[in-house]
Design a binder for this molecule. Structure first.
Ligand SMILES: [Cu+2]
Length: 127
């Protein structure tokens, strides 16, 4: 999914570069126009998602699951992390090499942080 998004982003950049190198002042904007009218690619919901914690980041930073699904966080770092959404859920302290699973019975968009390292942020979309 990320790869295809990157590909879409690259198209206008490539078009801009090639038109910049070209002395011809007429710029064909049809390629760029077709990109901007492409609807955003939706992340398909799954029943259960996995999030890897590595290098002080949640990967993927956003996951989308169906109502009733779950998310499992696995800590690949050498320090403990949490996945904590104040008032919504808390995966608890996850030691290095360990995992924690949270069930999501209700719909919503839940942003969360690592309570030890609040610059680490992620989102769980439940729908
Ligand atoms: Cu952390």
């Amino acid at each position: 999914m990320n790869r295809s998004l990157a590909f879409l982003v690259l198209i206008p950049l490539v078009a801009a570069c090639s038109s910049g190198d070209d002395a011809n002042t007429s710029v064909d904007t049809s390629a760029a126009a077709s990109v901007t009218t492409t609807p955003p690619v939706a992340v398909e919901a799954v029943d259960d998602a996995s999030v890897n914690i590595a290098d002080f980041m949640f990967v993927a930073a956003e996951v989308r699951i169906n109502v009733g699904g779950s998310v499992t966080w696995t800590n690949a770092d050498d320090q403990p992390h949490t996945a904590t959404s104040s008032g919504n859920f808390d995966a608890g302290a996850i030691d290095p090499g360990q995992s924690s699973t949270v069930d999501f019975p209700t719909a919503g968009t839940f942003t969360y942080v690592c309570s030890f390292h609040p610059f680490m942020t992620g989102t769980v979309v439940v729908d």
